[in-house]
Design a protein around this ligand. Structure first.
Ligand code: 8DG
Ligand code: MN
Ligand code: MN
Length: 408
């Protein structure tokens, strides 16, 4: 082998958690192609293939230069035969036939449209697809019984498929901050998920809430949600209580990768600037942190009008034609005990692949089990404490990767 090849093996480690993966990188044409195949695999119950495509894409995202020829890939990890075929075709022809066929296939388009409905997962989408339901409109006409989440998902389909901006995320943050400080002074909120990794847009906004006095955070979510509901900020919410303590005398491990924090999947009603009223707390904000009906101004009437029109609106009609006075935004809230905060922070900052790679590294390279609650060392047979993300990386024998480098 050429000396260069060995050098690359040494330079590019195979776990995504051993590398810095920036948001903006040099190989988007290739990673876009691989992401389509990953998405398609995930939508058609091929999780293993999905992960393989995601790992290959993550590897390319971490490279400091653009790949222009196959010879530059020599010695790089994470690139299986299938991925190499795809990359070769894109490098030579500009596109890959498998990717284009997938992108245009009726199945892929339908499954994407259906899983784009909040509350609809890949399995449900696939079942509906085989019944001939290909779009949200088809679903609405079908008369299927939908759960609360799916009903909200249909109702706010357009809004929820429009990316959330950083400014909107910050506006939501101010609302959550107010809610939290009203119901539990001293509680702290942290922006997590994609926005913490430096993304400019997201499909939702994620927050982690804790309190320095351990125990004070118990039952906090219910109070926060009640406050938000009383102020009419919520269009939908489903709160799951903490199951960590209860399950201590039950099975030793959670049934899945899902963690056991108090959490809330919600849809916020976010007021948008309409030129009529500025906010009181921040005159530069484009968004009101006040609920729409706390001021008996003309805007209240308009908002009510929008509501009733939306209720009778057809799915798939652009909501932008209604009004600009508010929009629906998906928000995830998680409450963690203070002693688990660093693990929760690391576990909820993502990306999903980065998290998966961290856990895989822990198990296979360190004989440890990492969760959003703890780190367990199987050899020492003990739980390892950590007060920061930096400490967790150190315990795992990894160099620290800041949130902006976790965009795998
Ligand atoms: P996006 O919203 O901009 O699309 O990207 P994101 O913020 O990275 O994705 P996300 O779907 O909002 O997920 C944020 C992080 O939260 C991600 O790393 C995965 C993690 N996460 C869940 N569900 C769960 C869960 O049940 N347990 C744990 N520990 N983490 C979870 O989404
Ligand atoms: Mn998110
Ligand atoms: Mn989320």
């Amino acid at each position: 082998a050429e000396p260069g090849a060995e050098l690359q093996v040494a330079l590019v480690p195979s776990y995504a958690c051993q590398r810095h993966t920036p948001l903006l990188h040099h190989n988007t044409v290739l990673t876009d192609a691989l992401s389509i195949l990953a998405e398609n695999a995930e939508l058609t119950d091929n999780e293993g293939r999905g992960v393989a495509f995601r790992r290959a894409a993550a590897l390319l995202k971490s490279l400091p230069h653009e790949i222009r020829g196959m010879e530059q890939l020599k010695g790089l990890p994470c690139l299986g035969d299938h991925c190499l075929r795809v990359i070769k075709e894109v490098l030579e022809d500009g596109t890959c036939s498998e990717v284009e066929t997938t992108r245009q296939s009726g199945q892929f388009t339908a499954l994407k449209a259906l899983t784009g409905i909040f509350g609809v997962g890949a399995k449900t989408a696939d079942r509906w697809f085989r019944e001939g339901i290909h779009t949200p409109s088809d679903l609405q006409r079908s008369g299927h019984t939908l759960n609360r989440a799916q009903q909200a998902g249909l109702q706010y389909y357009d809004d929820l498929n429009r990316p959330v901006t950083k400014a909107e995320a910050d506006a939501i943050g101010r609302i959550v901050e107010r809610a939290v400080s009203e119901v539990l002074p001293g509680a702290e909120i942290t922006l997590i998920g994609g926005f913490r990794r430096g993304k400019n847009t997201g499909h939702d906004v994620d927050f982690l809430i804790t309190h320095p006095d351990e125990g004070k955070e118990e039952g906090l979510m219910v109070k926060v949600v009640s406050w938000l509901e009383a102020q009419d900020f919520l269009l939908y919410q489903k709160t799951t209580r903490n199951s960590y303590l209860e399950s201590k005398d039950g099975p030793a491990r959670p049934p899945s990768n899902m963690d056991r924090f108090e959490r809330c999947f919600s849809i916020f009603r976010l007021s948008t600037h309409n030129g009529v009223r500025m906010t009181e707390t921040d005159p530069h904000s484009h968004f009101s942190v006040h609920p729409h009906d706390s001021h008996p101004t003309p805007q209240t009437c308009r908002t009510v009008d929008v509501l009733s029109r939306e209720d009778s609106s057809e799915i798939g009609q652009p909501q932008s034609s209604h009004s600009q006075s508010w929009r629906a935004v998906r928000v995830d809230l998680v409450v963690s005990p203070y002693s688990q905060f660093s693990f929760a922070l690391l576990g909820w900052t993502g990306s999903k692949l980065f998290e998966r790679e961290l856990r895989r590294w822990a198990v296979h390279e360190k004989a440890m089990t990492l969760s959003s609650h703890t780190l367990y060392d199987s050899k020492q047979r003990q739980y390892l404490r950590a007060n920061s993300e930096e400490e967790i990386f150190a315990l795992l024998g990894l160099e620290y990767v800041p949130p902006c480098g976790r965009n795998a």
